[in-house]
Design a protein around this ligand. Structure first.
Ligand code: ADP
Ligand code: MG
Length: 250
């Protein structure tokens, strides 16, 4: 579903991604962990063109989003094409970014109607179904300010799903939440995984990484230091930097 090869990215002359490669298969859940500043968010943002890459290749479901020729020149698909390719991916951020002036339902139907051209008649039942799925149907007419952080994040998940993506990218979706509110968000994500959604999840929730993901990737200093099936990653981390990171978490 995603093939990223040798992705390089600099910010102001500083290497933030130093040749990151990743293959994400259909229905697979990969957890990305690593210390703050290791490039996890930048990598996710490069995949759906919230950042542009300097070098490397990105294919989404076999379609080329960006590719680099033998002279090191990186080219993107034309704008319209690139936007269409990126719409295959939904993204959920640490900050929920809901529209404060819209109700929960309006937040969810906005993009399907304006971006996808879906009719209101189709968008509303879809939004209701997704709200039921994340357990928030009764909040459809509330404004985001009336919701807890965990509820806001579940609305954000429903909003991303309303675009009917094939792949979901999560960037530390529970990091901004009080500890007692992370469980409800993780449950919604786990349910998605059980339904075989293809997912790439940056997270500090090690139990989630161990129990829900099939593979775990550890990033440090802008590169992938270790990649293993989830069970062996935690039982038997091979790299000293991975061990130090896991030990530090306790
Ligand atoms: P992580 O998500 O693993 O904490 P990030 O991808 O956010 O790491 O950041 C990696 C590095 O890139 C950090 O040193 C950060 O300061 C830098 N960085 C991220 N975004 C920008 C930006 N827009 N401009 C300049 N530097 C950035
Ligand atoms: Mg980050």
């Amino acid at each position: 579903m995603i093939s990223a090869r040798n992705i390089r990215k600099q910010f102001g002359g500083v290497d933030v991604l130093r040749g990151v490669s990743l293959e994400l298969g259909k229905g697979e859940v990969i957890a990305v962990i690593g210390p703050s500043g290791s490039g996890k968010s930048t990598f996710l943002r490069c995949l759906n063109q919230l950042e542009t890459i300097d070098r490397g290749d990105i294919e989404i479901e076999g379609e080329i989003l960006a590719s680099t020729d033998s002279h090191g020149i990186c080219r993107y698909a034309p704008d319209k094409e690139a936007r269409r390719i990126c719409r295959k991916m939904g993204m959920v951020f640490q900050q929920f970014n809901l529209f404060p002036h819209l109700t929960v339902l309006q937040n969810i139907i906005e993009a399907p109607i304006t971006v996808k051209g879906m009719s209101r008649e189709a968008a509303v039942p879809l939004a209701q179904e997704l709200l039921r799925k994340v357990g928030l149907l009764e909040k459809c007419d509330s404004h985001p300010s009336r919701l807890s952080g965990g509820q806001k994040q579940r609305v954000a998940i429903a909003r991303a799903l309303a675009m009917e993506p094939d792949i979901m990218l999560f960037d530390e979706p529970t990091s901004a939440l009080d500890p007692e509110l992370t469980g409800e968000v993780l449950r919604s994500m786990r349910q998605l995984a059980d339904e075989h959604m293809t997912m790439l999840v940056v997270t500090h929730e090690m139990a989630f990484a161990r129990d829900v993901s099939s593979r775990v990737i550890f990033m440090d200093g802008g590169e992938i230091v270790e990649e293993q099936p989830a069970a062996s990653f935690f039982a038997n981390p091979l790299q000293p930097r991975t061990r130090a990171f896991l030990n530090h978490l306790g």
